[in-house]
Design a protein around this ligand. Structure first.
Ligand SMILES: *[C@@H]1O[C@H](CO)[C@@H](O)[C@H](O)[C@H]1NC(C)=O
Ligand SMILES: *[C@@H]1O[C@H](CO)[C@@H](O)[C@H](O)[C@H]1NC(C)=O
Length: 183
């Protein structure tokens, strides 16, 4: 092919390339999943098993709550359920950890794999790496990846405190995930 022919073909090639890129982008779709996360720090009759275990103790007490220290780290395996009641059907589990990462505020670094165990997403996971300022009404959860039907996932989640107990530190979190993947 002469360079003149190539030049004449160029617009066609560019159009084809754009069409390909467009099709690939359109093949990703957003899945909205809503569920509740149960973080049980202290066993109580209504939640007899702990799901969050402190594995490291910080040194400096936080100004607003001396029982909590900057650097405290909890490993979690928190059940995810369809509804806010712990007895509602389980859809998965949030496995990972959170660290009290601010010296002054209740701001966690929350790092979890959300492992789905029910329905069409059974066996798939999404990876979340986030800042969780626990007193804020809404926190954003960046999705940094996924596996199974959520391979190469992007997107975000919204985290809200549904209920929390200041004596036991147990909490129920409302989670809305907007997952972009090739599902
Ligand atoms: C999820 O997948 C596992 C492994 O394939 C299977 O044993 C289990 O029964 C499935 N659970 C549901 C609720 O489909
Ligand atoms: C917090 O938990 C304690 C221990 O289970 C319970 O006695 C208390 O009523 C709870 N407080 C609230 C506001 O639910």
């Amino acid at each position: 092919m002469s360079s003149k022919q190539t030049m004449q073909l160029l617009p066609v090639l560019v159009s084809l390339a754009l069409l390909f890129v467009g099709t690939a982008a359109a093949a990703r779709k957003t899945t909205h999943l809503k569920f509740y996360m149960h973080d049980v720090v202290t066993a109580v009759p209504s939640s007899p098993a702990t799901t969050a275990v402190r594995v490291a103790r910080g040194v400096t007490p936080l100004p607003l709550e001396p029982a909590i220290r900057f650097g405290d780290m909890f490993v979690i395996d928190d059940p995810l359920t369809e509804g806010p009641d712990a007895a509602s059907p389980v859809v998965g589990t949030a496995q990972g950890f959170y660290i009290f990462a601010s010296q002054t505020d209740f701001a966690l670094m929350l790092t979890v794999n959300m492992v789905f165990t029910a329905g069409p997403h059974n066996g798939s996971t999404i990876a979340v790496l986030s800042r969780d300022a626990i007193l804020d009404p809404v926190r954003e959860l960046p999705i940094v990846g996924g596996t199974g039907v959520f391979r190469e996932a992007t997107g975000y989640g919204l985290l809200r405190t549904y209920s929390a107990n200041s004596t036991t530190f147990n909490a129920v979190l409302e989670v809305d995930m907007y997952i972009r993947a090739r599902v």
